[in-house]
Design a binder for this molecule. Sequence first.
Ligand code: ZN
Length: 191
Amino acid sequence: MSSASSRSGEVERENAFARDRTAKGCLSKTIHVPARLSHEVSQHDDEQLIRRALNLARSAGRRGEVPVGAVAVRDGAVIAAAGNAMERRGDATAHAEMLVLRSAARRVGGWRLDGVAVYATLEPCPMCAGAMVQARIARCVYGARDPKKGADGSVYDVLRHPRNNHRIDVTADVLATACGALLTEFFAARR
Ligand SMILES: [Zn+2]
């Protein structure tokens, strides 16, 4: 597959950078993970993980938050999970995806999230998509598209912008109907 071969080229470059930083002593030992997903992820796995994100989104909705959820996965294990917490935290950056990126960075021991996949119920906004690129995540899987501020092409083009210095493997529209319905119901109930 062409995406796989381009990704392995990316991996080689990334590893070259990683060696560079290791030599300077700036890279934590705990970051030595493969710069790609270590196993093939099936469509079934993707749906299972979006379902987990959906449960987090529902919990967030019950707390009065816009119902969006996210999980971060590495080597087949969930390493971070969060629902949107903007209201509770009084923080405009407390989107579910930002929270799992922060939590995953603590787990990994550094900002660089090589081999990490983020699953979100909604197409990331420009802030979250930008943070995913900055964190060098390997994959982003999301449910519903966001026609108001989606940054995977719906409104902005951040997640897969050709000028990005890092390529993210993106899978869209996983359980999109269920993810979108949750948001539609939430906003309908508030009207
Ligand atoms: Zn966001």
